[in-house]
Design a binder for this molecule. Structure first.
Ligand SMILES: [Ca+2]
Ligand SMILES: [Ca+2]
Length: 346
């Protein structure tokens, strides 16, 4: 007789295949066949579309990969072709077993809760799903195999202008080293969830260009944004996501807008965010309830982050900005690794 665990595993696999959108053929930069990166009715996806009630989108277990640990039911991961990714389940206090499903790449099981996955040689999106055999709960790792930095031709990749990165990292900090590669964003994969409440397309550089476009994103930034969003909702400001005024910036675009060379935006580690739920008009909501829309509303968000988001591994910049003719008030957050604060709060 088939065990319950095995039944659940097979049901999960069938569900993943059933819910996969049309992915009959896989093209370069496309989505690997077999596992759905963000099921339409899956965890996280619904929360993004005006949730009836906000939910943090966390599983009862965590996965550790590279230098990050995440309990989010969906998380983006960015690797190079052929890169080896160690994946480990952290689930203290339980003896549950886990299964890892991959659509492509080489998978080896090292223990009941540890695997090693080697990325395919072709760039694109390759979802990996870790599931608890008892509860059926899953964490989907949306793993993007990037195009290596060495493929930069002049200042462009496939006609998309990147520009040039500084020759030396700022103060020799590793986060400012030359990026290892770029995520290719296509019309097909742009809506992929990179965490329960954020999609890849939200972080695209604002420079004008057709698809494919390219960007860099740090896993740690998404973990920080999710923690901030959770705290925002806890404090009574209902928000299904943040509006992102500026996520990734190519060095080319960053220079064009006159910004400093060593901005974490160039390394996918910064986001300029605001809450735009009521009304959804493209500018920061009236968070302090004074009937005005200005830096005092950004200050509400700034203080919340400053007071409540204190994990050392997520430390970084926090800046407060008022409204101008071209944009509403916003807050800059980044994961540079050392604390920095700026902007007028009063
Ligand atoms: Ca608004
Ligand atoms: Ca206000």
């Amino acid at each position: 007789m088939m065990s319950l665990n095995r039944t659940i595993r097979i049901t999960l696999l069938a569900a993943a295949i059933t819910f996969a959108p049309a992915m009959a053929s896989r093209e370069a930069g496309g989505i690997a066949k077999g596992l759905d990166p963000a099921r339409p009715d899956g965890p996280g996806a619904g929360a993004f579309e005006r949730p009836a009630a906000y939910s943090p989108g966390k599983a009862a277990f965590s996965v550790r990969f590279q230098e990050e640990t995440s309990a989010y039911r969906v998380i983006g991961v960015y690797v190079l072709p052929g890169e080896s990714v160690g994946i480990e389940v952290l689930d203290a206090g339980s003896r549950d077993s886990y299964t890892l499903q991959n659509s492509a790449g080489l998978l080896s099981r090292e223990s009941d809760r540890r695997w090693n996955w080697v990325a395919p040689s072709e760039h694109g999106l390759y979802p990996v799903v870790v599931s608890n055999d008892s509860s059926g709960e899953t964490i989907t790792m949306n793993i993007f195999v990037m195009i290596p930095y060495s493929r930069l031709s002049g200042e462009c990749i496939e006609g998309y202008r990147i520009g040039s990165y500084p020759d030396k990292p700022y103060k020799n900090r590793s986060i400012y080293e030359t990026p290892k590669g770029f995520i290719e964003v296509t019309r097909e994969n742009k809506d992929t969830l990179v965490s329960p409440h954020f999609r890849l397309s939200q972080f695209l550089c604002k420079q004008q260009s057709d698809y494919p476009k390219y960007l860099i994103l740090k896993e740690r930034l998404l973990i920080k944004l999710e923690l901030i969003l959770e705290e925002v909702n806890r404090q009574g400001h209902e928000a299904g996501t943040f509006s992102i005024l500026s996520g990734y910036r190519t060095p080319h675009y960053n220079r064009a807008i006159g910004n400093v060379d060593y901005s974490l935006h160039l390394w996918g580690g910064a986001a300029d965010i605001f809450i735009d739920e009521d009304p959804r008009d493209g500018v920061m909501d009236d968070l302090n309830g004074d009937g005005k829309f200005n830096r005092l509303d950004a200050a509400v968000l700034y203080r919340l982050i400053d007071c409540k988001i204190c994990r050392e591994d997520l430390s970084g910049g926090l800046g407060n900005y008022g409204a101008t003719q071209s944009h509403g008030a916003f807050v800059h957050v980044d994961v540079r690794g050392t604390p920095a604060r700026w902007g007028k709060l009063e």
